[in-house]
Write a protein that binds this ligand. Structure first.
Ligand code: GAR
Length: 218
């Protein structure tokens, strides 16, 4: 008997290209998760249109109508519980989360960040990487801890920084890798191959990719 697919909610604030990569990956019959819900804090987030065309349930929880962060999060939590969600994927969700909400979803909430964490937490990662002259940049999928852009790392992918890069060119190169590693990370977590042990994520059968730019390569 195959295990029940995990019910995943994706939280977005904008374009939703990472959400799209997750929805597309989850179409595979052997993918261990189904995208059951997309929540946006922005009513006209571009990503919502794609989710709707795919028949994925959507909800808007507008942070501006709540008097504080925790009331906003409690409304999100109600929506998640009503849909019997098992796992959350943050995908360009641009609201800081309180320790309360993070605690509710400990080891069950992933985030994607456009940098090789723990370098370049926060915003404008590509501009900052270019300003520092780094030669390698990338993307990270991690479990969410209370501190911003922190928590046990599931997967990372690196890209070269080219001499004539602009922030947009570098962002596009990183984004292509984001679209690779987020479905991979969700598959590992939803399928039970990845587990948190202290500050690390241990992955069954993980091996380095031959090009050494992607981890893991299972
Ligand atoms: C992505 O590059 C994601 O890594 C980043 O926002 C973008 C959303 O794009 N997230 C963060 O910066 C979180 N700290 P998308 O809406 O097309 O997925």
């Amino acid at each position: 008997m195959t295990a029940k697919r995990k019910r995943v909610a994706i939280l977005i604030s904008g374009r939703g290209s990472n959400m799209r990569s997750l929805v597309e990956a989850a179409r595979a019959p052997d993918f261990p998760a189904e995208i059951a819900l997309v929540i946006s804090n922005i009513a006209d987030a571009q990503g919502l249109d794609f989710a709707r065309t795919q028949g994925v349930a959507t909800a808007v929880v507008d942070h501006k109508i709540f008097s504080n962060r925790e009331k906003f999060e409690r409304a999100i939590q109600e929506t998640l519980l009503a849909q019997e969600i098992d796992l959350i994927c943050l995908a360009g969700f641009m609201r800081l989360l309180t320790p309360w909400f993070v605690g509710q979803w400990r080891d069950r909430m992933l985030n994607i960040h456009p940098a090789l964490l723990p370098s370049y937490r926060g915003l404008h990662t590509h501009e900052r990487a270019l300003a520092d002259g780094v030669k390698i940049h990338g993307a990270t999928v991690h479990f969410v801890a209370p501190e911003m852009d922190a928590g046990p790392i599931v997967a990372q992918a690196a890209v070269p920084v080219l001499q004539d890069d602009t922030p947009d060119a570098l962002a596009a190169r990183v984004l292509a890798q984001e679209h690779r590693i987020y479905p991979l990370a969700l598959k590992l977590v939803a399928g039970g191959a990845a587990r948190v042990e202290g500050v690390r994520v241990l992955i069954d059968g993980a091996a380095p990719a031959p090009d050494a730019l992607l981890w893991p390569a299972v």
